[in-house]
Design a binder for this molecule. Sequence first.
Ligand SMILES: Nc1ncnc2c1ncn2[C@@H]1O[C@H](COP(=O)(O)OP(=O)(O)OP(=O)(O)O)[C@@H](O)[C@H]1O
Ligand SMILES: [Mg+2]
Length: 307
Amino acid sequence: MGLKFEDVLIESLPYIRDFSESVMVIKVGGNAMMGPEAAANLMEEIIQDIVLLHFVGIKTVVVHGGGPEINEKMEKMGKQPKFIGGLRVTDDDTLEIATMVLVGNINTKMVSLINRFGGKGVGLNGVDANLIMAKKKKSQKIVVDGNEEDVDIGWVGETEIINPKILKIMIEDGYIPVISPVATDKKGHMLNINADTVAGDVAAALGAKKLIMMTDISGVLRDVKDKTSRISKIELSEIDGFIDDKIITGGMIPKIRGAEVAVKSGVEGVHIINGSSPHSLLLELFTDIGVGTMIYKKDENEKEAEE
Ligand SMILES: Nc1ncnc2c1ncn2[C@@H]1O[C@H](COP(=O)(O)OP(=O)(O)OP(=O)(O)O)[C@@H](O)[C@H]1O
Ligand SMILES: [Mg+2]
């Protein structure tokens, strides 16, 4: 079919007009940037798109993960990565590796790329200006041989308070904040927080217009093995059922929960998209094509109409 360049630009006009000056949180998954399937220059492409959003007037806040690289470093040290309910079991060594990879390596790389494309990136983590005050997550319930057991998942945090002021100052002044998902508890102990949890909480605290979660899969699939089974829209009331029925498992659990927090707080659009597919971010935001899964809240009128 082949749309002409000028047609594509014109198609994007209403979106650019609506989004200009609005706040968007973009969560870039570790898998999207550097999973086994990811192209070598994928991180560059994603950052280039993010810088483009900035220059069309969108106040962009980035949150990143780092799953595959943390796994790789753990395996090099002879440690086997373990997840419960999609959360990484984090002992002392794992915490150190995760912090090094996230803050030291990935964050710095992303900020440097933003700068290379002409933006002004600033690296942050939850500790900076008390951005995220966290507490250690309670033990998680798992089922072993039919019996429920409580397991401590280690230094995994959950957000208690977000202080978004530092982010507001930065985006008002034209900086692009890039957040690593680590924080401390009240006593100053480091905690590893799932990046999707942070993204949902930050989007909520900023009253963002949109939260885009870029991952390594084309959205929520009814059957993870079947690429054609994408669910294009999920209403808040469906989430628990999808988790109970084990349609949503692993890393998709904290992702959908992060999305849920954002939608409940009034974020208009939360989209889970495939970051490893080229320029999926631009397609989702600036064209009529919906490329992933949208999480939304039915409004009261719709509910009444159905009853
Ligand atoms: N119903 C589902 N649909 C799609 N993916 C699912 C589903 N259930 C589980 N998943 C898994 O969730 C994964 C995405 O979450 P994952 O935590 O691995 O990536 P990420 O959050 O993008 O990266 P990071 O954790 O590094 O930030 C998919 O690769 C898939 O294996
Ligand atoms: Mg994840």
